[in-house]
Design a protein around this ligand. Sequence first.
Ligand SMILES: CCCCCCC[C@@H](O)CC(=O)SCCNC(=O)CCNC(=O)[C@H](O)C(C)(C)COP(=O)(O)OP(=O)(O)OC[C@H]1O[C@@H](n2cnc3c(N)ncnc32)[C@H](O)[C@@H]1OP(=O)(O)O
Length: 286
Amino acid sequence: MPIDAAKALAAEPRSAEIAWTRKDVLLYHLGIGAGVPATDPDELRYTLESRLHVLPSFATVAGAGSPDVIGGLNAPGVDVDLAKVLHGGQRVELHRPIPVEGRATATSRVAAVYDKGKAAVLVMRTEVADAAGPLWVNEAQIFVRGEGGWGGERGPSARREPPTTAPDKEVERPVREDQALLYRLSGDWNPLHADPEFAAGAGFDRPILHGLCTYGITLKAVVDTVLGGDVGRVRAYGTRFAGVVFPGETLRIRMWTPDDHAVRVTVTAVERDDAPVLADTLVEHE
Ligand SMILES: CCCCCCC[C@@H](O)CC(=O)SCCNC(=O)CCNC(=O)[C@H](O)C(C)(C)COP(=O)(O)OP(=O)(O)OC[C@H]1O[C@@H](n2cnc3c(N)ncnc32)[C@H](O)[C@@H]1OP(=O)(O)O
């Protein structure tokens, strides 16, 4: 059985030591499109080690590749075909700003397994702490096509309507043709994002962008547009991946600021009649 929900949920949390350097942070920032224009002082805080601040979505890649971290798919009771996997959603909660380099312990477990009939949704939760205390919590929702139907709990519904009022801010962000090739160097080597044959086997005309790359591009746009470029103001950031992005497309990022502590966001693909890309997206901030 590819997903044994009972076994996955009963498994003890697993811990792994993770570490990251300024170089990892710089590479991540380039992978989500930072540094354009290269000499813009506002960009240098993402690209120059002497001025470096860490975009909080770096939490999703810090320590990526560490074999004991089950935030990826190596969890007990989970044995799925990578070609059936899509990233369904992501939430990061920050306890404090992420240091530009660090060592920490990541503790991961499968927090929920939902049976959507034609698909399964796995919820992977990872808590990260260093010697000074808790740093962040990651929760990833992983959508596994063709794996439902065992009679399990259906879980919450993802269907919600976007805001109907005009946004307070709107920006466009072009996605480079080689964005996924850069982004994957931060640790997600899934061939779905680079290998045309693998992508075709998964049902796509060409490789698609990592969901977490769109996630990072969007958070940077919100921080730069609404939060005065201050990454330290972000408290939490959640989204649902509502549709694929192809490298080379343009993202339209719309922002609503209903109060002093939240930014609601939608992201659409401009060249495909504003097809939804990110939905149910909220940045909570100071
Ligand atoms: C650490 C992190 C580990 C990362 C692992 C992943 C590795 C990465 O390399 C992989 C990626 O980056 S993939 C790229 C990013 N993701 C995407 O592009 C997915 C985009 N979304 C889609 O294609 C569809 O919304 C799709 C296909 C997701 C759903 O569309 P439909 O099949 O049409 O579903 P629908 O009929 O609308 O709904 C069926 C039930 O599922 C729930 N649901 C829908 N979208 C969801 C989503 N995104 N996440 C979670 N649940 C979702 C619906 O609510 C519905 O359930 P219910 O009937 O109970 O409401």
